[in-house]
Write a protein that binds this ligand. Structure first.
Ligand SMILES: [Zn+2]
Length: 409
């Protein structure tokens, strides 16, 4: 590697004198992973995570670039906050952090942000994540405002707000047994269907965040066949866990959109395998332990994901025969890089390309220990799981930021 680029790819290379040699025997050398959906919590939520601790977790998970969600305090809705997040990321110097920006001022759903100024500042993904944009006319105006801005895409947290306002988990047998209000799958279906209709109306571009149900997969599959400009992501947890995980009332398994029944999980796996799903994104959502220790109804929704994504995906999705290794790596790297317009990420491992790389030992066996994570929080739904497949090294522009599973700063 030279100047942060790959110089040569060969079975055997004589390293020049003084070169650092990394052991990648038995490993996959892949383009660095790209996560379109992480919550780094800074500014305002530093008790749960910072840009630095989140960047370290990302690097340990094999990610060389992440998109930071805007539900900070204050919200990432103007250029000043975007610049602050970039500055913290540059100081941490562990992972490329691309801040997204809100669609509406303060994520309040009332008034659109200054798309032109934010786009000029480099923002490409706009989302009110955590909230949907409930007002259809406002969402239409947002699609139209982004039309002239190259690469701009609207990410929707698709849960019809009025249908989920009293809900804590998927509406079904488990929510009934717990005596808690539910969040029906119909809430997601309604918002996705509405936004696809708005795409048809405006010609805009939509990215469906953390899709959780079979109907979303079917709607997006049909919309792609029709030629609408839509992409979708799923999280590892929605590909692996069902709402049965909530049966004991453990708030670790509380997340929005909620974990769904097995029939939805099966449909999402099929959608990943057939290419309808574009990206696996973690929705890494740290919460300080004392907040997640509350009763299910009072605990905040969200799960950690950055440090377990590769292990969970390889063990359960690839290992379970639900999708090929190449499909999973594509959904973790080059396809999300294209959605976010990252021209230096998700590139082929080839001479002249930026050396943003991830070295994965597909046979490494390990047990998830939340206490050992780089995150400031501990709310991993995979704690105690035995996984097969682990990130050994992460290289950012040729520099090892993770070496033998250890962050270098
Ligand atoms: Zn969300």
């Amino acid at each position: 590697m030279d100047d942060g680029s790959v110089v040569a790819v060969a079975p055997s290379i004589d390293p020049p004198a003084g070169a650092t040699v990394l052991d990648a025997s038995g490993c996959l050398v892949t383009p660095g992973l790209v996560d379109l959906h992480v919550h780094l919590r800074q500014p305002g939520g530093e008790e749960a995570e910072t840009v630095e601790t989140g960047s370290r977790g990302a690097a340990l998970g094999g990610f060389t670039a992440v998109v930071a969600m805007p539900n900070t305090t204050p919200a990432q809705d103007d250029v000043e906050v975007i610049r602050a997040v970039r500055r913290w990321a540059a100081e941490a110097d562990l992972c490329d952090v691309h801040p997204s920006a809100a669609i509406t001022v303060g994520r309040a759903g009332e008034r659109l942000v200054d798309f032109v100024a934010l786009h000029a500042a480099g923002v490409r993904i706009f989302t009110d994540d955590g909230n949907e944009v409930a007002d259809a006319a406002l969402m239409r105006a947002a699609f139209e405002a982004c039309l002239p801005l190259p690469g701009a895409v609207l990410g929707q947290h698709a849960e019809c707000a009025s249908l989920v306002c009293d809900g804590h988990l998927h509406e079904g047998a488990v929510s009934a047994a717990l005596g808690l209000g539910g969040r029906p799958a119909a809430a997601e279906e309604i918002t996705v269907a509405r936004d696809l209709a708005l795409l048809r109306l405006t010609g805009g571009r939509l990215h469906v965040l953390h899709a959780s149900c079979a109907t979303t997969a079917a709607l997006v599959r049909a919309a792609k066949a029709e030629g609408l400009r839509v992409t979708m992501e799923v999280t590892p947890q929605h590909l692996v866990l069902t709402d049965a995980a909530c049966a004991a009332g453990d708030p670790t398994f509380k997340v929005n959109p909620p974990l769904r029944p097995g029939s939805d999980v099966d449909a999402l796996r099929l959608a990943l395998a057939d290419g309808t799903v574009d990206a696996i994104a973690t929705d890494h959502a740290p919460h300080a332990p004392h907040t997640k220790a509350r009763p299910f109804a009072d605990a905040p929704p969200g799960m950690l994901g950055l440090e377990t994504a590769v292990g969970v995906a390889l063990t359960t999705v690839v290992g379970g025969g639900h999708a090929s290794l190449e499909t999973v790596l594509g959904a973790l790297s080059w396809r999300p890089a294209r959605i976010a317009g990252m021209t230096d990420q998700g590139r082929p491992v080839a001479p002249g390309e930026p050396a943003n790389l991830c070295v994965i030992d597909p046979e490494a066996r390990w047990k998830v220990d939340a206490a050992m994570m780089a995150s400031r929080s501990r709310n991993s739904p995979f704690a105690g799981w035995d996984l097969r497949g682990r990130v050994r090294h992460t290289l950012r522009r040729g520099e090892p930021v993770v070496l033998d599973g250890t962050a270098q700063r």
